[in-house]
Design a protein around this ligand. Structure first.
Ligand SMILES: Cc1ncc(COP(=O)(O)O)c(C=O)c1O
Length: 285
């Protein structure tokens, strides 16, 4: 089946899904994105992703390309047309097409809006069963990580460095403390059972899954602390894990070659993954 992609108002077969070489997303990484997971053919936390999109755009002085209701119907139309039962919808908005110039084009320039789907198993994920091996890498990204921009070259390089070292992913470290993963938020569970994750600021992306998982944790009477932690603290922790829209809650079993806890996915991460998936199945739209 040929995938159908949404490009600026049109649903087109993948080979016809094209944008201009003058698009500012292509020339300047001048764009933002969202990834929303799909379970049972429904969108998980669509409202949260739409709210973060609105914020990312506002921070970059860009308009929403259409209303939230229209965005929802485009997401749903793509899920139906591509017969997605499990996977994701990717959305990208750029500042549009203009002659190359560092100065932003006129605000009247129409934005580029593209969406596509990827079908893949997100609930049954072998990495979540095995647990991820992590290496730490210096965080040299720009200072506005709270904006979900498409400047993903460094996270992509960090992931490749992790792979070359035989690990699954990297955690990024700045001023001696962990910011987040290449494409996820990072957590530890201390020896007294407290879940610790970096507090929200421009140093990290405010994960939509992070908010939902922290709510699950508090509902389950787990203690949560939002503060920075070091790699040494993570290596000495009882457990570690990550969260993201398509990874949900993924246990971490090794950091820079040192086993975390007993080197197996831990009970807190497993419990939170289960609670989050159950909650998402109920609330997906
Ligand atoms: C740098 C970074 N942090 C955190 C996340 C997790 O965010 P979410 O839970 O909204 O997917 C992502 C997701 O892509 C990310 O790229």
């Amino acid at each position: 089946m040929e995938r159908i992609v949404y490009v600026n108002g049109n649903y087109v077969p993948e080979p016809d899904a094209k944008i201009s070489v003058f698009d500012r997303g292509f020339l300047f990484a001048d764009g933002v994105y969202e990834v929303t997971s799909v379970i049972d053919g429904k969108l998980v936390d669509f409202a949260g992703h739409a709210a973060r999109l609105r914020r990312s755009l506002a921070e970059l002085k860009m308009e929403m390309p259409c209303s939230q209701e229209e965005l929802l119907s485009i997401h749903r139309e793509l899920i139906v047309r591509n017969e997605v039962t499990e996977g994701l919808v990717y959305l990208q908005v750029t500042r549009g097409v203009a002659d190359r110039d560092f100065v932003f084009p006129s605000a009247a320039t129409p934005p580029t809006l593209i969406l596509f789907t990827q079908s893949k198993a997100v609930v049954d994920n072998p990495l979540a069963d095995r647990g991820a091996r992590i290496v730490s890498i210096e965080d040299i990204r720009w200072g506005r990580r709270d904006i979900k921009t498409v400047q993903l070259l460094y996270p992509s390089m960090a992931k490749m460095i992790a792979r070359e070292k035989g690990a699954d992913d990297a955690w990024l470290v700045e001023d001696g403390v962990v910011t987040e993963g290449t494409s996820n938020n990072a957590y530890i569970v201390t020896q007294d059972g407290t879940i610790v994750t970096r507090d929200l600021s421009s140093h990290i992306l405010a994960g939509i899954t992070r908010a939902a998982v922290l709510k699950c944790a508090r509902d389950l009477q787990m203690k949560v602390e939002e503060r920075p932690f070091t790699i040494a603290e993570a290596q000495a922790a009882r457990e570690a894990f990550t969260t993201s829209a398509t990874g949900f809650v993924c246990p971490v079993i090794e950091i820079d070659g040192a086993a975390v806890g007993d080197g197996q996915p831990g009970p807190v991460a497993r419990r939170l993954r289960q609670a989050y998936v159950e909650e998402s199945r109920k609330s997906a739209i």
